[in-house]
Design a protein around this ligand. Structure first.
Ligand code: UTP
Length: 314
């Protein structure tokens, strides 16, 4: 088992973004457009998550893609023709926006031939890790965890306590059956009360059986031992290799697993309802779109609003 690393070492160098799923909840759009590229206002969700990975100290991003999803990786490649045109026409602001994604991190991809589950997607990354890397961060591009910064806290917890560190968000008790829910215990010497030890994890429990209201959010700092655990688990729900099952195995083996309870907010970009909320939330914060959107929303939500009617009279 890996012992706690020294404070001087970064907790991880590689951030993994699994993006090989089918995105069925977003059909028909995802028939041809990867859901990771759907824009939150004007920026693809995966660029926002890559920015978070870069801010947290990651040096490279490994994107797990499927055979038909080259455009996800292409988003992180410089487009010199486009940049040249924007430069020549003096569109500096747009040029700067276009340059963000390729400049964030070194990007590499691995292909998951078939969508055999999140656990399977993560297992594909082992072959591109250096021998010296003893942990990876996994960021689900569907999940926006706000404000940014939870990965740094998770890194500090790993440096102090070793093992793997996950991220949780409190959800209302009547919503626990939609999430992976943690069973936890207090860490007696923890200075931060939001750091808990994980003793178990239940996928989508009934409200009465849920051990807490702490739901897994899509940020994981996983010890390299996860790859061994992924080799030892059997396919679970839907014939997929579940990351949760491999984490449960680590816990059973006595591997230290902690959770950081993030006292912020989260947007689930993986379904149209959550995506819309994220888009509105982000747009309202912006100087260019916020004021007009707010004005329109107020009008649209006012009791006096009436849907325009077509006049069919002659
Ligand atoms: P989701 O279950 O939310 O994504 O997986 P999905 O399967 O694409 O979505 P639906 O349920 O069909 O609408 C969480 C993350 O794991 C990735 C997805 O791309 C998503 O980012 N994933 C999932 C893989 O990379 N491979 C898989 O086999 C499954």
């Amino acid at each position: 088992m890996t012992s706690p690393a020294s404070d001087m070492q970064p907790a991880f160098r590689t951030a993994v973004v699994p993006a090989a799923g089918l995105g069925t909840r977003f059909l028909p759009a995802t028939k041809t457009i990867p859901k990771e590229l759907l824009p939150v206002v004007d920026t693809p969700g995966i660029e926002l998550v890559a920015g978070e990975a870069a801010d947290s100290g990651a040096q490279r991003l490994v994107i797990v893609t499927s055979p038909g999803k080259n455009s996800v990786v292409a988003h992180f490649v410089e487009d010199l023709v486009l940049e040249g045109k924007l430069e020549a026409s003096g569109k500096t602001e747009l040029l700067n926006k276009v340059r963000v994604a390729p400049s964030l991190l070194t990007v590499q991809s691995v292909v998951q031939e078939q969508p055999l589950g999140l656990g399977h997607a993560v297992s594909r990354v082992e072959e591109v890790l250096d021998d010296s890397e003893d942990a990876i961060a996994v960021l689900l591009p569907d999940d926006l965890v706000l404000p940014r910064g939870v990965l740094e806290v998770m890194g500090r917890v790993r440096r102090k306590r070793g093992g793997s560190v996950l991220c949780a968000i409190e959800v209302p008790e009547d919503r626990v059956s939609s999430y992976g829910i943690f069973e936890t215990e207090i860490v007696p010497d923890a200075v931060n009360p939001n750091v808990l030890r994980v003793t178990g994890m239940v996928e989508k429990p009934d409200r009465d059986d849920a051990p807490s209201n702490l739901a897994a959010a899509g940020r994981y700092l996983l010890d390299r031992e996860i790859f061994d655990a992924l080799r030892r688990i059997e396919p679970g729900a839907g014939g997929e290799l579940q990351l949760t099952d491999a984490i449960a195995l680590l816990i059973k083996d006595g591997h230290p697993v902690h959770v950081v309870v993030h006292r912020g907010s989260r947007h689930d970009l993986g379904n149209p309802g959550g995506f819309l909320r994220a888009a509105v939330d982000f747009a309202l914060e912006r100087d260019d779109y916020g004021p007009a959107l707010r004005e329109w929303l107020e009008e649209r939500l006012s009791p006096n609003w009436a849907a325009p009617q077509l006049t069919t009279d002659e």
